[in-house]
Design a protein around this ligand. Structure first.
Ligand SMILES: *Cc1c(COP(=O)(O)O)cnc(C)c1O
Length: 419
């Protein structure tokens, strides 16, 4: 376990509801489905709006007792000073950009980001926000791109699909020196493998749809404030949100503008699903990471396979960085066949992996990324993002490794003309 943990992640999560107290001795908090919350006294209703009545609920677009419980759990895992949940990971990311940036501000982002985040940067440009995307495996690129208008740096931990790992620590140091908001999307690693607070992240994003819930049964997203940033010095906080402690001002604005005004709210039902899934987070991530390592090593050894991208392989360009920062190398890998013309037939032949777009499921999922997720980006952008046409992304699930490897072996042998 991480030495900074008070208790392990699983101990913390599985006992969390009980420790705060649930009626009848229930071990799980109930799922509160109400959209409205009423008060006996009008003074309390007024206090709710004026921020003097704490710990109460008002309207489910802003929070429910069930989403608040999930926020508290994620906050403990990321060691934050507060967490806000959203309906999806993209809603969380969108809320961060739209509530903390304004026209004329500049953001520096890794060029290796989730496809929809990449597309969202295009939308931000339409609103007059300047976006620089670069290869941030080298932190110097961040230093070189900073202008007086720069407010924020956005990166992911392990990039999808190419598994590049930006210089998380180096960028964190630059952001601290320059007073920039450092946003780290921790979706692929999750707090089970990495806590971005360690490298100085200001805000941590988690898509709850992926490995945090883990079963492909719910959508959700979260933003956690690590407490490391001094929001008192950040220019874009509205006066109305300056009335809380400086450490809380950023998240207060994200909650008010991002949830209350923009409305990408997480339902209680999905919050409950994510809470249940999170109980097995560390077990699932440990297992699927182990299987991914075995699969990556097998793929490298097979004559039909060309390039394999997985941080657990010694020839991965950031292998040493992964070893230093992450507890394991996660469950995401990509590879290409030597003969790219066989990609579709090969994938159709696989019997266990599901042809699907998602990530972080109990089931292994495969997708040819250039022809799908990155199709809209076009060939030039794909080249820039280092996504070859035959790249197959694998999100490794919980199937027994032997079963999975046997299935890949059978289909690869066919490609190699051995079967
Ligand atoms: C899936 C994903 C998202 C978006 O999450 P959704 O819950 O699908 O909206 C953001 N970042 C990364 C790295 C992802 O993999």
């Amino acid at each position: 376990m991480d030495k900074t943990d008070k208790q392990g992640i699983t101990t913390t999560i599985v006992h969390r509801d009980r420790r705060v107290g649930v009626e009848f001795g229930a071990l799980r908090s109930p799922v509160h489905m109400s959209a409205q919350y009423g008060f006996e006294k009008v003074e309390d209703l007024i206090g709710m709006f004026q921020g003097t009545k704490k710990g109460a609920f008002n309207y489910a677009r802003q929070a429910t007792p069930t989403s608040a419980m999930l926020e508290a759990k994620i906050n403990e895992l990321e060691e934050g000073v507060g967490t806000v949940c959203f309906a999806t990971g993209m809603a969380a990311i969108t809320a961060v950009f739209l509530t903390l940036l304004k026209a004329g501000d500049h953001i520096i982002a890794s060029q290796h980001v989730f496809g929809n985040t990449n597309s969202l940067f295009g939308t931000l440009r339409q609103f007059g926000i300047l976006v620089t995307m670069d290869d941030l495996t080298d932190a110097q690129r961040v230093a070189d791109a900073i202008t007086p208008a720069t407010r924020m740096v956005f990166v992911e931990t392990i990039a999808n699909p190419g598994t590049q790992i930006v210089d998380l620590q180096g960028i964190g140091d630059i952001c601290r020196d320059k007073g920039l908001v450092y946003v780290v999307d921790n979706t692929i690693t999750s707090p089970a493998l990495f806590k971005p607070k360690r490298v100085g992240a200001t805000l941590v994003i988690n898509s709850l749809t992926k490995t945090l819930s883990g079963h492909g049964a719910a959508l959700g997203g979260a933003v956690t404030d690590t407490g490391l940033f001094d929001w008192a010095s950040y220019p874009n906080i509205a006066d109305a949100y300056r009335d809380v402690a400086p450490a809380q001002q950023g998240l207060q604005q994200i909650r008010k503008k991002g949830l209350r005004d923009m409305g990408g709210s997480l339902s209680s039902e999905h919050a409950n699903q994510v809470s249940i899934g999170m109980e097995t987070l560390t077990l699932r991530v440990r297992q699927s990471s182990q299987t991914a390592q075995a699969l990556a090593e097998f793929l490298v050894s097979h004559p039909a396979v060309g390039r394999v991208s997985y941080p657990g392989l010694p020839d991965h360009p950031q292998h040493a960085r992964a070893k230093e920062l992450f507890r394991a190398n996660a469950w995401l890998l990509s590879f290409e066949l030597r003969d790219a013309s066989q990609t579709v037939a090969f994938m159709n032949d696989l019997s266990i992996p599901i042809k699907a777009t998602g990530l972080g499921d109990t089931r292994t999922l495969v997708i040819p990324v250039a022809a799908t997720i990155f199709w809209e980006a076009g060939p030039e952008k794909r080249k820039e993002m280092d996504i070859p046409d035959g790249f197959i992304r694998v999100s490794v699930g919980l199937e027994e490794a032997d079963d999975l490897l046997a299935d890949f072996a059978r289909c690869l042998d066919k490609v190699a003309g051995k079967a």
